[in-house]
Design a protein around this ligand. Structure first.
Ligand code: SAM
Length: 213
């Protein structure tokens, strides 16, 4: 992933954002040392943003699409109230197992549940009546529009969807392959949807904040 902003600016932003806890540091180190594609983990800057957004919105029910090793889930769980709940969807059982092993060690473990399987199938399976206040989309780009369409009806009015990688290392400016085009399609889809208001931020690989009207 090619950084959108310079490493130095990102580090400066990080030094002037709240510090993260030691478990998150350990999880990032573990992921870098033992997992393929460690750059998929959102990292401390975006993690702090997610955490603050969950707190600011007062979200109680959070859905995550794309657990990986659990970093973003832990960031969001920490900001949930005591009775808050987070469901995180992950297709890869090994990654889910790593995430679980870190969740077990977290004081927020009771708030988090992982659902293993393709996220669209998980979303289509019962209980379909569950509503969410906050959704983080961070899985396969080809399904971003499908995820968005599946979760928007289940998002409370005023609820927020955060979508990651919406700048796709800048490739949205000159899409070449199927994945590039999927990200461009998603961004256009959201911008044209009268059901929401949105803002795209050049944080890390691009983050869109989408609020349901
Ligand atoms: C970018 S990573 C998520 C990073 C994570 N949010 C974090 O910050 O640590 C994307 C994850 O989505 C998972 N994934 C890909 N396709 C999926 C699908 N169809 N359903 C559920 N998870 C999927 C991948 O296995 C991968 O672990």
């Amino acid at each position: 992933m090619k950084p959108i902003i310079s490493r130095k600016i990102e580090e400066y932003c990080l030094r002037h954002s709240s510090a993260r806890n030691t478990l998150l540091r350990e999880l990032e180190r573990y992921t870098q040392m033992h997992c393929d594609y460690p750059q998929m983990l959102i990292g401390p800057h975006e993690g702090a943003l997610l955490s603050l957004l969950v707190r600011l919105t007062g979200a109680r029910r959070v859905l995550e699409i794309g657990t990986f090793t659990g970093y973003s889930a832990l960031c969001m769980a920490e900001a949930l109230p005591k009775n808050g709940r987070l469901v995180s969807c992950e297709i890869n059982p090994e990654r889910a197992a790593i995430a679980r092993s870190f969740f077990k060690r977290s004081q927020y473990r009771n708030k988090i549940k992982i659902r293993v399987g393709p996220a669209l199938e998980t979303l289509a399976s019962p209980p379909r009546s569950t509503r969410f206040d906050f959704v983080f989309i961070d899985a396969d780009k080809e399904n971003y529009v499908n995820y968005y369409q599946a979760v928007l009806p289940r998002l409370q009015t005023g609820g927020v969807i955060v979508a990651d990688n919406v700048l796709w290392s800048g490739r949205v400016l000159a899409p070449k392959n199927k994945t590039d085009r999927a990200v461009v399609k998603f961004n256009k889809h959201v911008r044209r949807d009268p059901r929401v208001e949105c803002v795209m931020l050049p944080i890390r690989d691009g983050v869109s904040l989408i609020r349901k009207r």
